[in-house]
Design a protein around this ligand. Structure first.
Ligand code: HEM
Length: 522
């Protein structure tokens, strides 16, 4: 009897040892994971990732271990891609494998009820949502948004000149007005009085916060979602349910507003309603709109980054103004049609996106198949992060990466002396990777780029952004190191800095012609 038990115990032990150590049939040579920090037993590198500006830690790992790094959290590998080549190899060239998202219980399943285009898992639903967005953002629609974008950029100039102390809210108003106007046909009043503007920023900050790695235990231990909310420590469930309900109400209200505005101002959402729509249900359309309504926050960060760079590098500002004055002149505002003749302004926008990327770690992807890359094994289900911060600092692609150098995106024709846009090899048409990669590439990238460009062109034409002064009247050079940018969440914004706005020649009379929407408080 004892012998039988012993034999069974031995057989089970041998089977378990075999199962534990057996070679993975997809990794018969037992290739290693990409190199990286060892971490601690069981928890791995969980405690090595600070809650503050964690992209800087990941960037240090890239510098130490190379352009592809692995760290582990509770036994699960996370891979960081830290060069343009590696990111393009995996996310673009192997997009069939690397286009899923990790499972986010709080952000995706609870808050977004599995209908957020950016967090939904790869598959039929994701394809349908992307198709809907692409249908809504086709070239004709993007061109029809130009009058709204141009008008809002001029309202920004008027507002910021009148209330310079409140310029951060004016930037928020500009980006909200562009998105709410084009997506819903909504006329945005002041940031503080508008019906939707503050709510979309609030919703975006909760959503971005809920994506922060390790912030909510339920993402590490999904079973926690089934613990009743009266159990000590499960109070987060009530809060999450409230956030989810606030978002549902907001998205539904905005969709209804688009329906009412359809005749006066057709919009992305109104075009998607009804039988001819985009092939999604009305509820899904509301959530697609909801996903997009979170983008004023990221747009605001790029526009503020541009203003900070102009304060810090006045010589760049002057050169751009000289280009604008020679092409546009002083008797009209810059328009989209000028873009082709303003390569230096375009290069400033690109350099802003490269220099201080608003999403320094982009949005994580996940793999759906075991894979081998450059002698390393990457198992199915691995979370793969593109460290845009590191990618935009690869000195072989972007020499002197800490310097703000728009010229890196330009070449000069030696015979005519005219400037032309050039793009870096892996950055393809944009020259940077702010908008991500592959099948998850931001579908709003062109629209976002238009909004930032028209903002930059109009601000440079109308205003000098001057440095603030200290109590002795000396100019304050604004600090621009990474600590001057907010931490946490997915988006990083410049912290407040001192600057002044001065109207350029002949602009005052143009401001009189800028009509402010009803409800605007100046
Ligand atoms: C400066 C502004 C913006 C930035 C920096 C930005 C950046 C990004 C990034 C990094 C991603 C993830 C890419 C990846 O996973 O590889 C993304 C996804 C997305 N963006 Fe944007 N975006 C901006 C504006 C917009 C706008 C204006 C729209 C729509 C009009 C938009 C719609 C989306 C959607 C729907 C996704 C999810 C795509 C997917 O997962 O398939 N974004 N964006």
């Amino acid at each position: 009897m004892v012998n039988t038990f012993a034999l069974v115990a031995i057989a089970i032990s041998v089977a378990l040892i075999y199962l534990w150590f057996r070679p993975n049939p997809n990794n018969p040579k037992n290739l290693p994971l990409p190199p990286g920090p060892k971490g601690k037993p069981i928890i791995g590198s969980l405690l090595d990732i600070p809650s503050d500006r964690y992209w800087l830690t990941m960037d240090e790992w890239v510098r130490e271990y190379g352009p592809i790094v692995t760290f582990k959290v509770l036994g699960k590998p996370v891979v960081i891609l830290g060069s343009p080549k590696v990111a393009a190899d995996l996310f673009d060239r192997r997009s069939a494998i690397y286009s899923d998202r990790p499972r986010w219980v709080l952000a995706s399943e609870i808050l977004a009820r599995d209908m957020h285009t950016g967090t939904v898992r790869i598959g039929e639903k994701h394809r349908r949502y992307r198709k809907a967005i692409q249908a809504g953002l086709r070239e004709k629609a993007l061109n029809s948004y130009h009058p709204i974008e141009e008008k809002e950029a001029r309202i920004f100039v008027k507002e910021v000149f009148t209330k310079p102390e409140d310029f951060r809210n004016s930037v928020k108003r500009f980006t909200s007005a562009v998105i709410l106007g084009t997506m819903y046909g909504h006329k945005t009043a002041s940031f503080s009085t508008d019906r939707f503007a503050q709510r979309i920023f609030h919703s975006a900050s909760i959503f971005a916060g809920s994506l922060a790695p390790g912030k909510f235990l339920v993402d590490v231990m999904p079973w926690l979602q089934y613990v009743p909310s009266w159990v000590p420590g499960a109070g987060w469930k009530k809060l999450a349910a409230q956030w989810a309900e606030d978002d549902r109400v907001l998205y539904t209200e905005m969709l209804e507003e688009a329906r009412q505005n359809a005749a006066r101002q057709p919009s992305f959402i109104s075009e998607g309603l009804g039988e001819k729509g985009y092939g999604v249900t009305e509820e899904e359309l509301a959530y697609i709109g909801g996903t997009i309504s979170q983008t004023p926050d990221t747009l605001m960060s790029v526009c503020s980054g541009f203003m900070l760079a102009m304060t810090r590098w006045p010589e760049v500002q002057k050169r751009a103004q000289a280009e604008i004055d020679s092409v546009v002149g002083r008797s009209r505002w810059p328009e989209f049609k000028d873009r082709v003749n303003l390569p230096y302004v375009t290069a400033i926008v690109k350099e802003t996106c490269r220099w201080r990327p608003v999403a320094p770690l982009s949005v994580p992807h996940a793999s759906t198949k075991d894979d081998v890359y450059e002698g390393y094994f990457i198992p199915k289900g691995t979370t793969v992060i593109s460290s845009i911060w590191s990618i935009h600092r690869d000195p072989s692609v972007y020499p002197n990466p800490e310097e703000f150098i728009p010229e890196r995106f330009l070449s000069m024709d030696p015979t005519t002396g005219t400037l032309h846009e050039i793009n870096t090899e892996e950055g393809k048409e944009r020259g940077h990777h702010l908008y991500g990669f592959g099948r998850r590439l931001c579908p709003g990238a062109t629209m976002a780029d238009h909004a930032v460009w028209i903002f930059a062109a109009n601000v440079l034409w109308a205003l000098n952004i001057n440095r603030g002064k200290d109590e002795n009247g000396n100019e304050i050079v604004p600090p621009v190191d990474p600590m001057q940018f907010t931490s946490g969440g997915e988006a990083s914004h410049p912290l407040p800095w001192k600057c002044d706005f001065e109207l350029r020649e002949g602009v005052r009379e143009f401001l009189e012609g800028v009509q402010l929407p009803e409800g605007t408080e100046l």
